[in-house]
Structures are given as C-alpha cells and as structure tokens.
Design a protein around this ligand. Sequence first.
Ligand SMILES: Cc1cc2nc3c(=O)[nH]c(=O)nc-3n(C[C@H](O)[C@H](O)[C@H](O)COP(=O)(O)OP(=O)(O)OC[C@H]3O[C@@H](n4cnc5c(N)ncnc54)[C@H](O)[C@@H]3O)c2cc1C
Length: 361
Amino acid sequence: MIEQLGLGDRLEWREPVTATLHDGRPYQLDSPASLLRFSPLPLVDRLRMGAALAALKAMPNPRLLVGETAAAWTRRWMGERAYEVVWEPLLRGKFGDAAPEIAMPWFWARVHDRTQSLGYVRGGFQQLYDRMADEVRAAGGETRFGTSVTSVRTDGAGLLVETDQGSERFDRVISTFAPRLTARLVPELPDEWRARHEWGRAYGAHCVVLALDRPLTSTYWLNVNDPGFPFMALVEHTNYMPAADYGGRHLVYLGNYRPMDDTLMTAPLDAILDEFLPHLERLNIAFDRSWLTDAWVFAAPFSQPIVSVDYRDHIPPFHTPVAGLWVASMFQVYPHDRGQNYSIALADRLVDRVTGRTLAR
Ligand SMILES: Cc1cc2nc3c(=O)[nH]c(=O)nc-3n(C[C@H](O)[C@H](O)[C@H](O)COP(=O)(O)OP(=O)(O)OC[C@H]3O[C@@H](n4cnc5c(N)ncnc54)[C@H](O)[C@@H]3O)c2cc1C
C-alpha cells in the first residue's frame, strides 16, 4: 500500500538494536546470537529459551496453544529463570496485574510474526495518512477531522450518524472504535451483543516524547526490565533514523501502558518530566536536563486490549445485529498484536465482506 500511494522510495528497512535493561546494564537481546551472549541467564537457560522460540517460529498457527497462558507456557518450556528475567517484566510492563492471564496464542504471534527488520516511512507515517486522505478525496469521499460522533441509530432505511457538528444519514456505517466505544454510541445494539463483546479490559498508551540536543543511549529500543523506573520502554528513534531528518534533534520516547484511570494519564507534562528525567541518569550518567530542548506528552485510551485466555470468544464479527452497521478495529486482529499492517489487512477483508467482493471471486 505504501508503494501504491507513491511513497515506496521513502520506505526503509533497517535492523535497529533492541536491548533489555537488567541490573542497570543494557544487553542486546533481539536475535539468536544475542540470546547466546545474554549472560544474566545461565547458558542452559539461554539454549532452552532459544529452542522454545525456534519452536514458536516454526509453528504455523497457534491452534495447539489455545487455552494456555503465556506465563505458564514460557515457564514450562523456557524455565523459571527465563520467565523471571525476560518475560515477566515485559508482560508486566505491557499488561500490569493482568500479566499472568495473557493468552499464549498472542505470545506466539509476537514471536512468529516478527523479525529484526523494521520498516519506516522516512520523514514519518503522517505522510501515509495524508496520502490516504488525498485518495479518499480523489475518489469523491470526504474526511472530517475534529468531528466527534455522539450516536448512531437506525432511521428509516438507513443509519443516522449524529455528531457535534450536526447529523447525517448513511446506508452503511463502519465503526473503527474499540467495541466498548461503539456500544456506547449505538444504543440499539442488543443485550446479547453487549454481553459478549462489551467485555474485557484495555489499557491506555502513554508516551512522552523528548527532543534532546545530543544522543542519550546507543540502542533503538530498550525494554526496561529493572524495577523502579517510571516508564517501561525507552525508544531512541534517532538511533534508527538520522537526527538530521528532525532538524538535528535526538528523539526519545518514554512509553507506558496504564489503566485509563491511572493518574499518569492526565498528569501535566511538567510534573511528568520532574518524575521521569532523573531516571535518565541511570541510563547515561552524563545526562543533564539542559540537554532537553522540547517535550510532548500523548495519552491514548483503549490502546492495548488485555488479551486474556478467553479473549478470542469475545471478538466481535464484522457485521453487527444493527442493519448496515459494521465494526472493524484493533480489537479484532487477535492473536496478532495491534499494528498498522494488521489494520490494513483487516480493512481489506472487511471491504470484501461489505461489498460482497468475496462472493464474486
Ligand atoms: C506505544 C505504541 C507503539 C506502537 N508502535 C507501532 C509500530 O511501530 N508500528 C505499527 O504498525 N503500529 C504500532 N502501534 C499500533 C498503532 O499505533 C495502532 O495499531 C493504530 O494507531 C490503531 O489505529 P486505530 O485507527 O484502530 O485507532 P486509533 O489510532 O486509536 O484511532 C482512533 C481514533 O478515533 C477517535 N475517536 C474516538 N472516539 C471518537 C468519536 N466519538 N467520534 C470521532 N472520533 C473518535 C480518536 O480520537 C482517535 O483518533 C503502536 C501503538 C502503541 C500504543
């Protein structure tokens, strides 16, 4: 799709370094070779973990893993120590108290789908979305930003969409919101649908972006497995793409997943910086607040569904019981983790269904 939209020459594939912070030291941990060198684990555990990861890579689908938790599976096949040092901190960072409930098929997808190679549209993904909006307009469609949908209900033969800018009638509506939000906006969704799909929990994503006048670390993605840090991942984007692309600024993301009512989700930027910045000295002793030239904070609700073992039974089908109303969101890409590539593949399947294209093939 990036190529179709004329951005293929800006798509770059690189292999940036992913590391794990353990006992105050970053260890590269993103390949079989780096796993063999990962000294916090005894050699026998490294070999065991490598064999289990290879088995997951080779497994074509997660059928045999249904009903299992990632915590129990990794403990059994990779060993208690591998779980404690590598997987438990990662699962806790992403899912908090729900870490022991996370489904093994989701873990399989994380291992199976991924390689070290990471693609990026040089200059930023905004370009992709701008081009998509251009295509929509060229095809006679419209994009309306800054418009809040307040309700959707059946109205004669169609659906009436009410927004804070007025209401409009459509033949079909596709909601790309989290199922809970769709349920809130569509009072007609029957109790049966609600009981099954207005279900489960999701965390919000919180991301502080720092612009520094010099590099902070030498890794791209650092999983913060040590306790006591107020963020779970430190991503130095300019160890992946050149700082020159950003006017010489070195960009660092400090990421967290938190319950949506967590105080961090609404905390002011100054207070967050006061709490977060002193921890950067633990990663680079020379760090000084004067390196900071700018900072931003973003908090997005419903970003990380809690993919527990029974999650799969609650995924909504594309079509809802309300005539003409379809749903397609990040909550339906399970067992895959949320990602733009999965949403594009999901949209392709949805369009086939909505337009009946599958039947014609
Ligand atoms: C920390 C983090 C890192 C990630 N890294 C990557 C990565 O490297 N690569 C990758 O491919 N993906 C990545 N992802 C995933 C990717 O960002 C998401 O999959 C994608 O943004 C999901 O798109 P979406 O449209 O489903 O939801 P969102 O991007 O959340 O969009 C939902 C939109 O709906 C709007 N909205 C809500 N209520 C209403 C309403 N009532 N009326 C109108 N609008 C409303 C919201 O304002 C929002 O703009 C990452 C996600 C996170 C959290």
